[in-house]
Design a binder for this molecule. Structure first.
Ligand SMILES: Nc1ncnc2c1ncn2[C@@H]1O[C@H](COP(=O)(O)OP(=O)(O)OP(=O)(O)O)[C@@H](O)[C@H]1O
Length: 234
């Protein structure tokens, strides 16, 4: 089976500093792949390489059968890469509805609607449609950021630390939502996290990153926990 997304031996530099060193990750279709690592190891840089925000200096990224050379971020979004950035980046002065509608930009006119299942996953968004994004709690903003990415009809959803600073009950809701997207919508999910227990609960495949390199990878059911914990310790 063709992988949904393949990251093959990528390097990424910020000036002279090398943030990623030969990273390879394969996201199989309809599975949740998780990249675990502590602060500053290169997780966000990996996602920004996938979304096209940062350029890679070696290697390649393939989406389905298509190599993403210098494809700009808006084209990658149109192709089906949905992105939930770290810190959520919702628009504080726009309403919840307007935030969701920003996802329409890359869609054909006929598809410019908010699928009902988004409100079934996150009912709070429906009840707060007219409220400003900036008035929502951190957890509600995270649900809004996921909802906005889903409006773009992604084939692959990439999320950067969606549990960061979020209360446990909403972390559970987000976990259930990601499992629903995988199991009922067949979505491919790439989840970057520091929170090992969350990943063990919902991920199928796990990669562990340390200082710009992949140190460990395999099925979530077969993790060498002491080794993984060692890489997650500061
Ligand atoms: N725009 C930038 N310019 C220069 N260096 C950067 C930039 N962004 C990240 N870095 C550096 O690249 C390395 C990897 O950062 P990155 O944000 O990808 O890590 P991370 O694992 O996502 O960490 P965090 O959880 O803190 O976001 C770090 O050393 C960081 O300081």
């Amino acid at each position: 089976m063709t992988a949904a997304l393949t990251i093959n031996m990528i390097d990424l530099h910020y000036g002279a500093a090398q943030a990623l060193k030969g990273i390879s990750i394969t996201c199989q279709p309809g599975r949740i792949t998780s990249v675990l690592g502590r602060n500053g190891v290169g997780k966000s840089s990996t996602l920004r390489a996938i979304t096209g925000i940062n350029h890679i200096s070696a290697g390649d990224i393939t989406f389905g059968d298509e190599v993403l050379k210098r494809t700009p971020p808006y084209k990658r979004a149109r192709m089906g890469i949905g992105y939930v950035p770290q810190g959520r980046e919702i628009f504080p002065l726009l309403t919840v509805k307007e935030n969701l509608e920003t996802g329409y930009a890359g869609l054909a006119r006929a598809d410019r609607n908010i699928p009902d299942y988004i409100f079934e996953l996150f009912p709070v968004l429906k009840s707060m449609l007219g409220r400003r994004g900036g008035d929502l709690s951190g957890g509600q903003q995270q649900q809004l950021a996921i909802g906005r990415a889903l409006v773009t009809r992604p084939k692959v959803l990439v999320l950067d630390e969606p549990t960061e600073g979020i209360q446990p009950s909403i972390i559970k809701d987000i976990g259930r939502a990601l499992q629903f997207l995988r199991d009922e919508k067949g979505m491919t999910i790439l989840l970057v996290e520091q929170f090992l227990d969350f990943c063990r609960e919902i991920a199928d495949d796990i990669y562990v990153m340390d200082r710009g390199e992949i140190m460990h990878s395999g099925p979530a059911s077969d993790l060498d926990l002491p080794e993984v914990r060692r890489h997650l310790m500061v």
